[in-house]
Design a protein around this ligand. Structure first.
Ligand code: UDP
Length: 344
């Protein structure tokens, strides 16, 4: 297929592009490079050759998006581009709503103008907010009550997509979407050609690995008094390649006139201390840690009931242990000590 990937220079988007190119698709990336990396695009260009193209553009530029969609004959869009730090979203809500919500509206307008009707949207478990204890593991029908601007911006887009699909059903216009609600994504391409390089880095696995590399003196365990077995937050860690497999399956299942949402998580929770121990085991390094206060906005326990995507789409994660996920992240970090700043 001829596909457009927004945010294809970012962590998850670049892994999607790599997989889609390996599957033989033609891929056009639109990325502003505000958070994405030219280095990721260079690697993807080497792999994709004539089937790959990158356009440096902002999602707010509807006309440019429409012209790219038309000129490249795009049949479906995978929409990853977004700002995705919870803490930053609390400090800069207008920026988050403008990039995530307005940017998505601009993309939808461009798709409508160009007659492109298939969309896979990157949503998040942050749309569930802080679910009641009896709602964990979280199913797709859990009430969506986000507790921060990031989660609200993503939920808003899901709602817009539902409105858009309702209108398309009435008018007979071809439109359908899938929203995938990601849990905690980690790991890297198994050949370590691309990987995770956030600036600033706020995520647990890369932070632990940066301590192992000697790039940071220590990591902080953010909160040790949560109502969880060891007092630290529990999350559902899914490997980025398994997450992308879910996108490939979702794209195949996407039907016109329908909007569907699936959770993408392994369905198992790991505490911060367990992740730290896994990073110590995998790297064989000490990884100094200190206990620190809670980070505002962190719910104690979030993990998926991933039954629906397994049964509906036949999704089966291949990286089913924390150590396997961390090993793949470590291969990237160890071979790229300065991320995309390193010579590759
Ligand atoms: N965390 C931590 N120390 C860090 C970064 C994160 O203890 O330096 C904790 C964080 O409070 C959360 C979990 O690790 O409970 C996962 O955080 P991350 O930012 O990786 O993902 P999130 O769940 O916020 O999307």
């Amino acid at each position: 297929m001829r596909l457009l990937v927004t945010g294809g220079a970012g962590y998850i988007g670049s892994h999607a592009v790599l997989r889609l190119l390996e599957d033989g698709h033609e891929v056009t990336v639109v990325d502003s490079l505000v958070r994405g990396h030219q280095g990721a695009l260079d690697t993807l260009a080497r792999i994709g050759g004539g089937r790959f193209r990158a356009e440096i553009a902002d999602l707010s530029d509807t006309e440019r998006l429409e012209s790219i969609l038309r000129s490249r004959g795009v049949e479906a869009v995978l929409h990853f581009a977004a700002l995705a730090y919870v803490g930053e979203s609390v400090e800069q809500p207008l920026r988050y709503h403008s990039v995530n919500a307005c940017g998505s509206l601009s993309l939808l307008r461009a798709m409508t103008a160009a007659g492109v009707g298939r969309l896979v949207f990157s949503s998040t478990c942050a749309t569930y907010g802080e679910p009641a204890a009896d709602r964990v593991p979280i199913r797709e029908d859990c009430p969506q009550q986000p507790i921060n601007p990031y989660g609200r911006s993503k939920l808003y887009v899901e709602q817009v997509l539902r409105d858009r699909v309702d209108a398309a059903q009435r008018s007979g216009e071809p439109f359908g979407f899938v929203a995938l609600r990601y849990f905690n994504v980690a790991g890297a391409d198994r050949e370590a050609r691309i990987g995770e390089d956030h600036r600033p880095e706020t995520h647990l696995v890369p932070i632990c690995l940066e301590v192992a590399q000697g790039k940071r003196p220590r990591m902080s365990i953010l909160g040790t008094d949560y109502p969880t077995p060891d007092g630290t937050c529990v999350r559902d860690y899914v490997h980025v390649e398994d997450l992308i497999e879910a996108h490939v399956l979702a794209l195949g299942a996407l039907a016109m006139g329908e909007g569907r949402a699936w959770n993408v998580g392994i369905g198992r929770g790991h505490s911060v201390r367990e992740v730290l121990e896994s990073c110590r085991r995998v790297t064989g390094r000490k990884i100094e840690a200190v206990e620190a206060p809670r980070r505002p906005g962190d719910p104690p326990t979030l993990y998926a009931d991933a039954g629906r995507i397994r049964s509906d789409l036949g999704w089966k994660p291949r990286f089913d242990t924390l150590d396997a996920i961390v090993e793949s992240a470590w291969r990237w970090h160890d071979s790229h000590p300065d991320g995309y700043g390193s010579a590759s």
